[in-house]
Design a protein around this ligand. Structure first.
Ligand SMILES: NC(=O)c1ccc[n+]([C@@H]2O[C@H](COP(=O)([O-])OP(=O)(O)OC[C@H]3O[C@@H](n4cnc5c(N)ncnc54)[C@H](O)[C@@H]3O)[C@@H](O)[C@H]2O)c1
Length: 347
C-alpha cells in the first residue's frame, strides 16, 4: 500500500511509519509540520529507503496537502498530526483548534477530492482512498469504574480532548454525508521510544537519570490504561487494513496503573531515590481514570503484545542508551517550558 502519514515525525507516527515500511512493505510518505514535538531524528533510520519520503508541511495548509498527495499518490491517509500535550492545551489552546479542527477538515476535503485517484484503488476498500483518523481515549472523559466502549458518549474535559473529539465528529460526518471511506482508531495512553519528554513516562525517566525532582500531579492516583506505541501502531494498521468504513475502533493497552506506581517503578529501574518524588499542584480538571475496551478491534484479529512491566523496562533502557535523541531537547526550548510548568529548573 502507499500511505500518506500525517504527523509521522512524532512519537507514534514515526513508530507507525517504521512498522509499515519494514514489516508490511508499504511505501510511506510523511507529511509533518515539525512543531516542537516533531523530529526528523525520529525517522533518520528510514531516510534513504526507496519506499520512504519526508515532506515538511502543515495539514491545515491545502497547498501542502495537495502537494503531498500528488507526490505520494496514496491508497490511504493516516492522520496522526496533532498537538498532544494536555498541559499546553490549557495554557495555549489556539494551535489545538487550528490543527485538530481546520487541519482535519483540510485533509478530509483533500481525501474527498482524491478519493477516486489512488493507483491500486485501495487494497482495503472498494471506494479508493481510505482515511484513518488517529484519536484518543480522552474524548470519552474520565471513568471511575468500568470501561469505555465505542458506544460511550463523548465527554471530553480539556481543550486537547475537546478538539480531538470535534475532529472525530467531523470525520464521521464525512462518512455519513459524502460516503468518504473513513475510520477512527482511539488509543489509550501510549509509552515507548521517541516520546517527547514532557509526557509522564519520559519526563520521569530523564529526571530520574539526572537526579532532578520527579513532579507528581496531586496525589498521583490517576489511573491510565498503558499501551506500548508498537501495539497501538499495529492496531491502527489493523484498522486500516481490516476495519469497516464509518466505524470507530478502540485500542487499549493490557494494563492499568496509577501514575504513582509508574513513577515508583521508574525510580527502581533507574536506581534513583524515592526522595526525588515531589507532589505538585494538580492539573486543572485532571481526569481521574481512563479505561478502554478493545473487544471490537480484537475481533478483527489484533491484540496487544507488550505487557506494561516489560515495556517500561525496555523504555527505560532505550532512553538510557539514546542520549543523542533526547539531549538536544533537554538542552533546548523544553527547559523553558519545564520551568514555566513546574516552577523549577532542570539540572
Ligand atoms: N501519546 C499518546 O498517549 C496518545 C494516545 C492516544 C492517541 N494519541 C494520538 O496519536 C496521535 C499522535 O500522538 P503522538 O503522541 O505521537 O504526538 P506527538 O506530539 O509526538 O507528535 C505529533 C506530530 O504531529 C505533528 N504536527 C502537529 N501539528 C501539525 C500540523 N498542523 N500539521 C502537520 N503536522 C503536525 C508534529 O510536528 C509531530 O510530529 C495524535 O493524534 C494523538 O492525539 C496519542
Amino acid at each position: 500500500m502507499r500511505l500518506l502519514v500525517c504527523g509521522g515525525a512524532g512519537f507514534i507516527g514515526s513508530t507507525f511509519a517504521r512498522q509499515r515500511l519494514r514489516e508490511h512493505g508499504d511505501e510511506v510518505t510523511v507529511l509533518d509540520k515539525l512543531t516542537y514535538a516533531g523530529r526528523e531524528e525520529s525517522l533518520q533510520d528510514l531516510v534513504g529507503d526507496p519506499g520512504f519520503r519526508f515532506i515538511r508541511g502543515a495539514i491545515e495548509d491545502p497547498d501542502a496537502v495537495a502537494g503531498a498527495i500528488d507526490a505520494a499518490r496514496p491508497d490511504a491517509i493516516v492522520n496522526f498530526a496533532a498537538e498532544t500535550h494536555v498541559d499546553r492545551s490549557i495554557a495555549e489552546p489556539d494551535a489545538f483548534v487550528a490543527t485538530h479542527a481546520l487541519g482535519t477538515y483540510v485533509l478530509l476535503e483533500a481525501a474527498r477530492a482524491h478519493r477516486g485517484t489512488s493507483r491500486s484503488g485501495g487494497r482495503a476498500g472498494e471506494h479508493g482512498l481510505r482515511y484513518v483518523q488517529v484519536s484518543t481515549d480522552e474524548v470519552y472523559g474520565s471513568i471511575e469504574q468500568g470501561t469505555f466502549t465505542e458506544e460511550s458518549p463523548l465527554a471530553p474535559s480539556s481543550p486537547y480532548s475537546a478538539t480531538k473529539a470535534g475532529a472525530d465528529l467531523l470525520v464521521q460526518s464525512y462518512f455519513h454525508t459524502y460516503r468518504l471511506p473513513a475510520l477512527i482508531c482511539r488509543g489509550s495512553n501510549n509509552y515507548g521510544p521517541y516520546q517527547y519528554p514532557e509526557k509522564l513516562i519520559p519526563l520521569m525517566i530523564l529526571n530520574a537519570l539526572h537526579g532532578d525532582s520527579l513532579p507528581v500531579y496531586g496525589d498521583g492516583m490517576q489511573v491510565r490504561n498503558w499501551i506500548h506505541s508498537t501495539d497501538f501502531a499495529a492496531a491502527i494498521g489493523h484498522v486500516l487494513e481490516h476495519g469497516r468504513e464509518g466505524e470507530v475502533y478502540n485500542a487499549g493497552g493490557p494494563d492499568e496503573e496509577a501514575n504513582m506506581t509508574v513513577v515508583r517503578r521508574i525510580v527502581e529501574l533507574t536506581g534513583a531515590s524515592d526522595s526525588q518524588i515531589e507532589h505538585v499542584t494538580d492539573r486543572p480538571g485532571h481526569d481521574r481514570r481512563y479505561s478502554l475496551s478493545s473487544e471490537k478491534v480484537r475481533a478483527l484479529g489484533w491484540s496487544p503484545r507488550v505487557r506494561f512491566s516489560e515495556g517500561l523496562e525496555q523504555t527505560v533502557a532505550w532512553y538510557r542508551d539514546n542520549r543523542w535523541w533526547w539531549e538536544p531537547i533537554r538542552s533546548g526550548e523544553y527547559r523553558a517550558y519545564y520551568e514555566r510548568q513546574y516552577g523549577r529548573a532542570l539540572s
